[in-house]
Write a protein that binds this ligand. Structure first.
Ligand code: FMN
Length: 243
């Protein structure tokens, strides 16, 4: 019998897992993860989130390419796509007033909450996974591949399975930087520098893919270039973020 794990311990032990054992995820395990995911809170109880399980190998291969050739998209025993879905509720409501940016925010938040619940649940089962935001590199193509109708969009992927390899945990920014009291406070540069030195050591010393890099370098690499500029037009075409 498996030992019951404390949820806080599971969350604190999180690492993204991108290498998987050649072992399928059992149906009952998958069902428990899905039940946990959909037990998450839901904005106005609209239940806006769908999970599309990708079992077709050709679709997996295509999604891997669309996600920037991330091998785990094809190799993971399970790959799920989290979608925001206003279609189901709008059909029920009739004359639904869609297109509000607030509705997009609500569905995006709900998708993140459902996805993280799935991650926590699968980690509690001894599995490991990684989110794949990279599928938004080809968001329109993913949308077409999954035959998503108007008012339904793909937001995030999740690849998971039994781990063949687990990275060392990545240190996080100290809470003296990320936790504030009552009002906003800019980060202390000394604390950021000390954290960056820790991350430099982490990158240099980790067992797999060691490299000479820092956290700030990564932030600069991401923030100093355009970010999927086609996403706004895509979302608006699908009926999101119009007003
Ligand atoms: C919304 C979201 C999207 C992500 N997309 C990707 C992705 O496309 N590919 C990937 O390898 N990791 C992806 N990640 C994982 C992050 O790179 C990872 O969480 C971060 O580097 C911290 O590492 P850790 O999860 O091992 O602690 C994503 C994480 C989040 C929250």
């Amino acid at each position: 019998m498996s030992e019951t794990k404390n949820l806080g311990d599971v969350l604190r032990a999180h690492v993204s897992v991108r290498d998987y054992a050649d072992r399928p995820v059992e149906d009952d395990v998958r069902d428990r993860i899905l039940e946990a995911a959909f037990a998450a809170s839901s904005t106005c109880f609209l239940q806006l989130i769908d999970i599309i399980r990708i079992t077709n190998p050709e679709k997996r291969a295509r999604l891997m390419t669309l996600s920037g050739n991330q091998a785990h998209v094809a190799s993971a025993p399970e790959f799920w796509v989290f979608c925001a879905d206003y279609r189901r509720d709008a059909l029920l409501a009739g004359e639904a007033d869609l297109g509000w940016t607030e509705q997009l925010l609500a569905a995006t938040l709900d998708a993140g909450i459902v996805a993280q619940s799935a991650m926590a649940a699968l980690e509690a089962e001894g599995l490991g996974g990684v989110f794949v935001g990279g599928l938004r590199n080809g968001i329109a193509e993913v949308d077409a591949l999954l035959e998503l109708p108007q008012n339904v969009v793909p937001l995030l992927g999740l690849a998971f399975g039994y781990p063949a390899w687990r990275n060392e945990r990545k240190p996080r920014l100290p809470q003296s930087v990320t936790v504030m009291e009552n009002v906003y406070r800019d980060a202390d540069p000394g604390q950021i520098a000390a954290y960056d030195a820790r991350m430099h050591e982490y990158f240099a010393c980790r067992a797999k893919n060691p490299r000479d890099d820092t956290w700030i370098n990564g932030v600069r690499g991401i923030l100093r270039r355009e970010r999927r500029p086609f996403v706004l037009e895509f979302l608006q075409k699908k009926g999101f973020g119009l007003k």
